[in-house]
Design a protein. Structure first.
Length: 528
């Protein structure tokens, strides 16, 4: 008999068991194929056909009151009033797990053809794992103490017992992954990405190249709410695929309902941010470092890394994922960071209407045949030197190495959002303690800009029109205002766009939306 039946039988026993010394006098022991089935007087454990109840170490199988545990083929009948612990619900005694349905976990019904024995077993928090997985440590070290002298009150208050982390059994569903992993490592990028400059900008470290299995693990981690202290928040909660992996809210909600201090930036194109400095204030010196910081943040996910490693080690589906990605099942915070980084670096936007046009023409200086007149007008405004858009948002583009792929600046900027030298959020200046960097923030990508509102580090601008208004008449004379936004002597510029020009530039920005990326299954939630 598979070990899941042992665990379920013992659960019922623990909820109403007699003290050890009283029960001991009632026990008759029978040998059955070198295993012991301990039967309490007037109780029965029936073993049918070739099925056996395995008794591990000093643990005992107890059947309380007039309950019967009958093992008949693959079906299981539980009678009498059953009580479950933690967040389990009471079910009536006449609810039987027979015929076409079986009952598991938090009293959900599953089709009868999902076998809970033979090829699969249920461990600790009621998850399904391959039958050949070693259950000794998993079941008896990480689930519950099955000895008869266990303190039942303590067991009932420990929310990790017979539950999938704090009783949240819904979160225990397995990730839906293809047998052969999706292609992450060798994505076929269009010609404008084959630029020697992009190779120099690529921040992938030599010890963490993207692999299909590594990014697959990273995808599961990115969407798994178990990475937060109370299993309510994942990385993807603040970086949502439909919004180009940003947050449509001005501030993101953390695991206990608190709000972040800044808007969640898109992670599209993080691979090409040459300075290797991440977050709005550049406080992370690598993407691998950045990947772990929200997990530990007391507002965002609130998790201790040592606790996280132990937590993930107890979740069965991670064993094979780590083996596939790193060669063995060892889970470390370094490996978590590497897998998350591989997944994020694989998120490259290259299938937009703009990309189709640049492939056809080869330069932004000529009209794109697939653009409307308004979109081509907007593109012309973007590259026009009078407006300076290209200088800040088309990275390091020179005649020798024209860049038509990466739409972000490789140096942080002060864009005149505030007048005072010191504010509640001083950006990079708060990290470096250099007042010359006060008000200076990282420049995000313009890729998918029309789905990543609100804008700026604090999300103060709800729409693109708000952004246009800022550059036309809202730039503040901050002491560190970037010189490209001044007319000289620190006086702010006024970048004036007519209504038609605003419409045209907005139309061009829409061509940067990569709908294929926003709907690509390999970047989607594997738990859906």
């Amino acid at each position: 008999m598979r070990l899941w039946i042992l665990g379920l039988g013992i659960l019922f026993g623990l909820l109403a068991c007699t003290p050890k010394e009283e029960a001991q006098d009632q026990i008759d022991q029978f040998d059955l194929a070198d295993r012991q089935v301990q039967v309490i007087t007037d109780r029965q454990v029936q073993v049918i056909a070739d099925q056996q109840v395995q008794v591990i170490a000093d643990q005992q199988v107890q059947v309380i009151a007039d309950q019967q545990v009958q093992v008949i083929a693959d079906q299981m009948i539980i009678t009498y009033d059953m009580q479950m612990i933690s967040d389990m619900q009471m079910i009536p005694h006449d609810m039987q797990m027979i015929s076409d349905m079986q009952m598991i976990s938090d009293m959900q019904m599953i089709p009868h053809d999902m076998q809970m024995i033979s090829d699969m077993q249920v461990i600790s928090d009621m998850q399904m794992i391959p039958h050949d997985m070693d259950l000794d440590a998993t079941v008896f070290d990480h689930a519950l103490d099955l000895s008869l002298d266990m303190d039942l009150d303590a067991m009932l208050t420990d929310q990790t017992i017979i539950s999938c982390e704090n009783g949240n059994l819904q979160a225990c569903k397995l990730p839906n992954l293809p047998t052969t992993p999706y292609e992450y490592a060798n994505q076929v990028l269009p010609s404008h990405f084959h630029n020697p400059a992009l190779t120099l900008w690529d921040n992938t470290p030599v010890d963490n190249s993207i692999t299909d299995h590594g990014a697959t693990l990273g995808r599961v981690l990115f969407y798994d709410k178990y990475l937060s202290a109370n299993n309510t928040i994942a990385c993807a909660s603040c970086h949502r695929q439909a919004f180009a992996f940003s947050d449509p809210n001005r501030f993101s909600t953390g695991f206990e309902g608190g709000l972040t201090g800044r808007h969640s930036m898109s992670v599209v194109e993080v691979r090409y941010y040459k300075p290797n400095a991440f977050f709005w204030d550049h406080r992370a010196t690598s993407l691998e470092m950045q990947a772990l910081m929200p997990i530990q943040n007391p507002v965002e996910m609130g998790m201790n890394l040592d606790v996280l490693v132990q937590k993930l080690s107890n979740i069965p589906y991670y064993q094979q994922l780590f083996i596939n990605a790193f060669g063995d099942a060892t889970i470390t915070s370094d490996r978590i960071a590497k897998a998350l980084s591989q997944f994020m670096r694989s998120i490259v936007s290259y299938r937009s209407k703009y990309d189709e046009g640049i492939v056809q023409v080869g330069t932004m200086d000529l009209p794109f045949p697939n653009f409307t007149p308004l979109e081509n007008q907007g593109k012309a405004i973007f590259i026009d030197g009078n407006f300076q858009c290209r200088k800040c948002h088309l990275k390091s583009s020179t005649p020798e190495t024209p860049n038509f792929a990466v739409f972000m600046n490789d140096t942080p900027k002060n864009t005149g959002l505030d007048l005072a030298l010191f504010n509640n959020d001083n950006g990079i200046g708060d990290i470096t303690h250099d007042v010359a960097m006060n008000g200076v923030f990282k420049s995000p990508t313009l890729r998918n800009i029309m789905v990543t509102a609100p804008y700026m580090h604090d999300g103060r601008f709800a729409t693109m029109d708000d952004v246009f208004n800022h550059y036309q008449n809202g730039i503040q004379a901050h002491p560190n205002l970037d010189r490209i936004l001044t007319t000289g002597a620190g006086t702010p510029r006024s970048i004036v766009l007519t209504p038609i020009e605003r419409d045209a530039l907005t139309a061009f920005f829409h061509t940067l939306t990569d709908h294929a990326l926003l709907n690509d299954i390999k970047f989607s939630d594997p738990f859906q």
